[in-house]
Design a protein around this ligand. Structure first.
Ligand SMILES: C[S@@+](CC[C@H](N)C(=O)[O-])C[C@H]1O[C@@H](n2cnc3c(N)ncnc32)[C@H](O)[C@@H]1O
Length: 297
């Protein structure tokens, strides 16, 4: 682009470039990139279409648009993703929180809504910390621990706890699932990696090329992490505790089977996301007489 360029013209041009690169929401992304390059909010952007862009702003915008045409996720470029209306910093080391994952928050809040007293929360595979920190933001008497194998992700989660004013109630440790965690918790949350190895390459480039493989790869059948969680959950759940596990499309039945196979856990509810996909399993300790395997033990 040469000569004087207005905001509206820059928006149009950026939208065309992103559409040509196969970006699925080019107009929205172009607006967000312009806001980022010019450090303005949406209201200013929409109210001032005839404002001219200066040279430094055009250079910054060109760089951001270029990154997006290479299909780098918009959340990486902006450095932030909203989850449950809270802003989470995200980097190349963390999965950008997805709206589907809010299903776990809804389910956990339903469970603790009428419960009095402090609630302890464990978040396994915490990533940006979005699950743990969101629950703590909703429940002022809750405290919790987030675990992740990635030290870089743990740093991001700690930073998010500070930014959200929750650091006094949230701790984060590097660990391999709950291998080194002692004690039990009222709520266990986990959105483990669940993409089957062979399906990783078919994901959109935003995911396959830019999001951490550790956050995606669920082993040959996508269920590897659930096998480990099924072994660890019985000792992690308090007597009236519950775990809320995210599952991929079509995984609710096989994961429920894995959870119940040992005879110590029951899947007590399956919650759907906004698209109607069974997305969240609620799992409790099976201390009752219902399970014959448990009685025989
Ligand atoms: C699908 S991401 C979920 C991130 C975040 N909880 C969310 O819902 O957006 C899975 C997370 O599990 C972590 N992870 C993978 N293997 C792990 C392991 N063996 N122990 C602990 N965390 C692990 C990844 O680093 C990643 O942050």
């Amino acid at each position: 682009m040469s000569g004087c360029v207005t905001l509206a013209e820059a928006w149009e041009a950026a939208t065309r470039r992103l559409a040509a690169a196969g970006v699925s929401s080019p107009r929205l992304d172009a607006r967000l990139l312009i806001q980022q390059a010019l450090r303005i909010d949406a209201a200013r952007m929409l109210a001032s279409p005839c404002d001219p862009l200066g040279e430094p702003e055009r250079t910054r915008l060109a760089e951001l648009v270029e990154r997006r045409t290479r299909r780098e996720p918009i959340s990486h470029i902006l450095g932030e993703k909203e989850f449950w209306s809270l802003p989470f910093r995200v980097t190349a080391d963390t999965l950008a929180p997805r709206p589907d994952t809010e299903t776990l928050i809804e389910a956990a809040l339903d469970r603790i809504n009428d419960r009095r007293g402090p609630v302890s929360v464990l978040d396994l595979g915490t990533g940006s910390g979005c699950l743990l920190l969101t629950l703590l933001s909703e429940r002022r008497d809750a405290w919790g621990l987030g675990v992740d194998l990635s030290a870089e992700a743990i740093e991001v989660a700690r930073g998010n706890a500070c930014r959200l004013g929750l650091k006094t109630r949230a701790a984060f440790v590097v660990g391999d699932w709950a291998g080194a965690i002692e004690g039990c918790f009222d709520i266990v949350l986990s959105n483990p990696p669940y993409i089957a190895g062979g399906e990783l390459r078919a994901l959109p480039p935003e995911v396959s090329a830019f999001e951490p493989r550790l956050a995606l790869d669920g082993g040959a059948d996508g269920l590897q992490a659930y096998r480990i969680l099924a072994r660890q959950l019985p000792r992690l759940l308090s007597r009236h505790g519950a775990a809320f596990l995210e599952v991929g499309d079509g995984q609710a039945d096989p994961v429920a089977g894995l959870m119940e196979a040992g005879g110590d856990l029951s899947v007590v509810a399956v919650r759907q996301d906004l698209s109607g996909v069974s997305r969240c399993l609620a799992v409790t300790r099976d201390d009752g007489p219902r399970n014959p395997k448990k009685r025989l033990d």
